[in-house]
Write a protein that binds this ligand. Structure first.
Ligand code: 5GP
Length: 123
C-alpha cells in the first residue's frame, strides 16, 4: 500500500509560501518553524521539503541526502534553541503518525520540545 500525500495540508501551504510561518532554520531539504500552539518554551516543528505523509513514509522512501539534510537541520535547531545535552539541557523529539498516533497534519514533522522538564506524555 502506498502513501497518499494531500497537497492541501497546512504544511504544504507553508512550504509553498501560501501561509506565513515563524522560521527558525532552513536548508535545502528541510524547514524548521515554531509551532503555532507551543506546548513548551521551545516547540519547533521540523519538516522535510519533500512530499512525505509520515515518519515511516519518509524513512522508507526519502533519498539518503534528504534524510541527512533533515536530521542535520534538527541538530541545528536543538543547538540554536540552547537545549542540547552538551549545553547542559535536554529536549524531547517526537512524531505522531496516522489515526492511532493522532497525527493532525498529514505531512511528516518532528516536534522538538524543550526549555522545561517535559512530562511523560505531552502531544
Ligand atoms: P500533529 O498532531 O500532527 O503531530 O501536530 C501538528 C502540529 O501543528 C500541532 O502542534 C499544531 O499546533 C501545529 N500547527 C497546526 N497548524 C499550524 C500552522 O498553521 N502553523 C504552525 N506553525 N503550526 C501549526
Amino acid at each position: 500500500m502506498g502513501y497518499d500525500y494531500d497537497d492541501s495540508n497546512i504544511f504544504a501551504k507553508i512550504l509553498r509560501g501560501e501561509i506565513p510561518n515563524d522560521t527558525v532554520a532552513e536548508n535545502e531539504h528541510a524547514l524548521a518553524f515554531r509551532d503555532i500552539s507551543p506546548k513548551a518554551p521551545t516547540h519547533v516543528l521540523v519538516i522535510p521539503k519533500g512530499r512525505y505523509v509520515s515518519f515511516d513514509d519518509f524513512a522508507a522512501n526519502a533519498p539518503p541526502e534528504e534524510i541527512t539534510g533533515f536530521m542535520r537541520l534538527c541538530a541545528e535547531v536543538v543547538r540554536a534553541e540552547g537545549v542540547s545535552l552538551d549545553q547542559g539541557n535536554g529536549f524531547r523529539a517526537i512524531t505522531n503518525a496516522g489515526n492511532d498516533g493522532v497525527q493532525e497534519v498529514p505531512h511528516f514533522h518532528l516536534h522538538i520540545l524543550g526549555g522545561r522538564v517535559i512530562g511523560p506524555m505531552l502531544l
